[in-house]
Design a protein around this ligand. Structure first.
Ligand code: AMP
Length: 213
């Protein structure tokens, strides 16, 4: 199973990718988490990516494709993987196809999490993230992560101006991938409103329906 989660910031890609990972036992590859870790550790990748992330811009494709190529090449990805945050534009989607072998390319599925814009803005205003495990919480939840007990903080790029920029970048660069995968018969759309459990159930049903085709 090779699954890509597509959707704007705040659509629940990270949450849904995590749930699927727990259930299926295949790796969840979150490029945003990988980059944030690199920034925290001050690695060369982190130093290169940090400025783009702060502005809500995309990190250059060359950097991202190299990162993904290396990660997907690791042994734990042999049985499939869940991509959360990659590809973000057409060039990355094409590069991904090149990186994948023939069989994997044909079983690739793009799960599009559909959320109305007003709901996205409401969700992102004040969302908090666990510093330790990356779990995400709605505004006003307690300051401690329910999963691991780590402290919660507001992601730098979840602040207002950057957020608007990220939504613009999504519309311009990433949203066209919905059509890209639809044309190739690889798109599954899932309404991503309701509780995370409800959305997860729809994701499962959608994947089941595709497998049964
Ligand atoms: P995310 O956690 O997926 O929202 O990613 C946070 C930030 O990391 C984005 O706003 C980008 O600056 C950067 N980023 C993550 N994934 C990618 C990607 N595939 N291509 C370019 N930039 C990315």
């Amino acid at each position: 199973m090779e699954v890509i989660f597509l959707g704007p910031p705040g659509s629940g890609k990270g949450t849904q990718a995590q749930k699927l990972h727990e259930e299926e036992g295949i790796p969840q590859i979150s490029t945003g988490d990988m980059l944030r870790r690199a920034v925290r550790m001050g690695t060369p990748l982190g130093r290169e990516a940090g400025g783009y992330m702060e502005r809500g811009a995309l990190v250059p494709d060359g950097v991202m494709v190299k990162l993904i190529r290396e990660r997907i090449g690791e042994p734990d990805c042999a049985g499939g993987f869940i991509l959360d945050g990659f590809p973000r534009n057409r060039a990355q989607a094409e590069a991904l196809e090149e990186v994948l072998g023939e069989g994997e390319r044909d079983s690739l599925l793009a799960l599009h999490l559909e959320v109305p814009r007003e709901e996205i803005l409401r969700r992102l205003a004040g969302r908090l993230t666990c510093q330790v495990c990356g779990a995400v919480y709605p505004p006003r939840d307690p300051a401690i992560c329910e999963v691991c007990g780590g402290p919660l903080y507001q992601r730098e790029d979840d602040r207002r101006e950057t957020l608007e920029r990220r939504l613009e970048v999504y519309q311009k660069n990433t949203a066209p991938l919905i059509e890209y995968y639809r044309k190739r018969g690889r798109l599954v759309s899932v309404p991503a409103v309701g509780t995370p459990e409800e959305v997860h159930r729809r994701v499962r049903e959608a994947l089941g329906a595709v497998k049964a085709r």
